[in-house]
Unconditional design. Sequence first.
Lengths: 260, 543, 373
Amino acid sequence: MNAPSKNIEPGSGSEHAQKPSLLALDGVTRSFDGFKAINGLTLTIEPGELRAIIGPNGAGKTTMMDIVTGKTRPDGGTVQFDGHDMTRKDEADSARLGIGRKFQKPTVFETHTVEDNLLLSLRDDRSVFGTLFSKSDPAGRIAELLALIRLEDRRLDLAADLSHGQKQWLEIGMLLAQDPKLLLVDEPAAGMTDEETARTAELLRSLAGDHAVVVVEHDMEFVRQLDCKVTVLHQGAVLAQGPLETVSANEQVVEVYLGR
Amino acid sequence: MLRMFRSVIAFVGLLQLAMLVPAHGQANDDAALRGEIARLAEADFRGVEAVVQSLASTGDPAVTSVLRALRSGDVYWRKSDKLVVIGEKAPGRSLLLTDPLTGEEIETVKKRETKKVKVNNTLRNAIDAALGGLTLRASDPAIRMQAAAQMFAKPEPKALPALDAAIAAESDPDVASAMRDARAVLILKSSEADKADALDAIARMVARGDAEARNALASITSDDAEITEGAALGIEKIDTSLRYWGYGQNIWQGISLGSVLLLAAIGLAITFGVMGVINMAHGELVMIGAYTTFAVQEFIRNSAPGLFDTSLFIAAPLAFLIAGTVGICIERGVVRFLYGRPLETLLATWGVSLILQQAVRTIFGPNNREVGNPSFMSGAFELGGLTITWNRLWIVIFALVVFFALMFVLKRTALGLQMRAVTQNRAMAADMGIRTGWVDAMTFGLGAGIAGLAGVALSQIDNVSPNLGQSYIVDSFMVVVFGGAGNLWGALAGAFTLGIANKFLEPFSGAVLAKVLVLIFIILFIQKRPRGLFALKGRAVDA
Amino acid sequence: MTQALVKRPLLNTRGIIFLCVLAAVAFGVPYLNGAGALPDYAVSLIGKYLCFALLAIALDLLWGYCGILSLGHGAFFALGGYAMGMHLMREIGDRGVYANPDLPDFMVFLNWQELPWFWWGFDMFWFAALMALFVPGLLAFVFGWFAFRSRVTGVYLSIITQAMTYALMLAFFRNEMGFGGNNGLTDFKDVLGFDLQSQDTRIGLMMLSALAVAIGFLICRAVVVSKAGKVIVSVRDAESRARFLGYRVEGYKLFVFVLSGMLAGLAGALYTPQVGIINPGEFSPANSIEIVIWVAIGGRGTLIGAAIGAILIAAAKTVLTGLYPEAWLFVLGGIFVFVTIFMPRGVLGVWDSMVDEMWRLRGMNPRERRLKA
């Protein structure tokens, strides 16, 4: 088996970076019943960066996001986010520290109205008693978000009644409402029309800068539209990294994607 | 094995003794015996004892009846001619006199015309020893065995010579061994035995290693340091071995309980594992199996009592079919509409369980029904220091057979393959042309059928009542939760772990508290491993 | 111009009607009883139903809104009942069969020499009342803390709540536990000096139960319409989304579980003096599941529906077990099956769909109408 080459692009490792990385995974491993889902993964994301992560099925993409968000504990290695050790945090901590995560299958609160979905996502006191006696009325901020995700006229509809694409947008709107430092987006283009895909790519590009955005994607066309640095995962480790053209010219990557 | 054989013999011997049939041939010298017996008239305690000793020394079983009568104070002598007789109380303050050797009736006389041969406790002990010695020479080895056992239990040092003689004459090695055990106890009891003998006896008791041997050692009163030390050491050894046997017994009982839990739980493991359905009516399917057994036995009792021993072989397949059919009806009639809504399924099947319970109550009445054990499942045997009842043993075997049969069905048959396919990916299985509805019904039916089999087994150890299912449902859920849903090995491990844990806790805490503690343990355990002992790990299960 | 956020009022029309009905019962029943239109026993019976209604509301908050199906809610109810029962036992004083001023009869019978420590303080009403809330709350807290922290959810959680009440039942059946064993606590004489056998006391207790239902309803309603209530529903619908939004799901579940357990305890505390006995049978898993069907038949996630369901089923049970005792389990079982398959939203849900349909016929969007209600 080929040893995964860590960095094609020299100097992108955290040890060379001037300012501290936003997210740094170092030598992370995690196995499930003997199967190594993540195997010595080292990866850094800079603040405001847009990054696409691709890889075949079982490459460890979802597990990597689970580890970053504290859903899964790694067996070894370190995960630093914005100066915090993420291996000791849970999902709620990760959200409070500024990581927003979008699932592959749109996950919104179906029995709430669109408005309430956004209300619940806005930065605010998240404690039980804080919400119990909450008096906040952020109508203005919600109206802005509704405009951004183009759901103004669905404000009082239940999220369950939205179309698939609209749910995707609502979920993105909910992430934005959190105002996260890092957005983890899992296959946002899945199930979208070409037009919606293009709009989503545009949105994600526009978000980068204010937020670091990590997109996990299968769809190469969509990755091309994102026009950003690409990391290829294979068997739980980084196989190649760099601009899409470089990466797609890499023999190992071709081999992995086309089968050996 | 030896021990078991012995106990069977002892059991047979007991029966024969109870009938008091003199097993020996006619007395060799009737006149000599009568001469001895005649000396009982006007004898004082010492005189009586001498007679007892000499009667015993004849080794003639014919004297047993007179010795027995003497012991219970039924020997009299007629004042008129000093004839020694056995007297039996007759109406009107009179006695029916019989011959002490032949038992022939002589006459009925007023009580005051006779005088009783009095006995005291010392004499009674002497008589007991004599009786023991006598039966030691009986021709039937079972009676000799019984005598040895009795001597062991009630040692009387005075019987030592008789015992020695018996040992010398003994041909049956098992009986001889039992007699040597008895001899060891006698030596330990006696104050004048020599040291080497005593040490030998201690060694013999340690080798025997049961509670009685321990008592024999504990009762030693000797001034000799070597002997007391040896005894103390022996007691310690026996205690250790007894403790291990005690653990063994606990484990056995735990396995037995575990096999019952396993039977009750594997059906549940299938319906929950393959279909994600919590079937709260599972306990009632078990109950249906038990009532099927009851009905089959009733039918056999009324029409063909000779077939009683085969009742379970008829009941088991029938219970499987009936419970399985009811299960399929439940699936098609109720559960089918609720897939993907596990909590609703739970409630609906609970409703079904109430209906089934009441139906059985209406048909069979609310009271406990007794289901008989066929002969091959009655009784018990001993294995080393363990007492094992046949019905429990058969249930353990039955549970394992059902378990592995089920394993076979799941791994090696088309239905099993389809079931596993449906478990892993329902939509895909449907696309492959598997009739998922049919597989669901069959799976549910299979789980229900196994519940029915569990009912057959349970009917052998528990009362059959409409509440039977309720009392097992929580436990079987615990097994499934503990072992990990949908994993048969998990159910196996869970059932036996919980069974054994329960039985180990019982001596310390009592049965109820043991159960409570086990429940608390599971509640805590599930915190650590929310999906059970054998659950699949990884992100697939979190979806 | 931004539109103001929609806020649900604490009391909507339906809530007001519910409270009015409660008030009508609280004052109408004694009146009818006084006028001879209602037999004496009916007053206590209605009081008992009201306790069940409160219990159902408590469970609905947990199941209907937070999605946690507890099959062990009877345990909280029974613990509240026992706490009050212990006080009533102490109130008997030396009027018991054995005339022991300190020890309840069953302890004298068991040859106990002194009061166990966990009976201390129960001679004071306020303490017992506090314990009736505190003990169920504590059990809910400890149990919930362990269960939610390790993310035991769905049917697994349901099953272990069932195991919890089953374990408690077994424990309370033991004489050594010090709660009267098999027989439980009974033969109460009076409470706060009022004779429990007198009709006036019974009327008072019934009215108190109605008040408790009203208060319980208002508390639950206040939680439901608050932002926390929205979070709780979110936990039910998409637990992981709620987590990834930064809500500590365990905390919300625990809050609801404890609150619900305490309300159930309150219901139990009111139940004991009205039925005159509390025994380990109240812990039986079957009882707890029956509570669930009350909620299901009334319509979960409605609070009021739960109360209606409880009263409907409890009344049906009283009538049917009196007329055809054999038939009751058939009927109850049938209700379980029927409701789960054909009426998953319960009576109130069916009513809502009917009303919605009516509005739709008139050309109005029912949802908007309801949001504004």
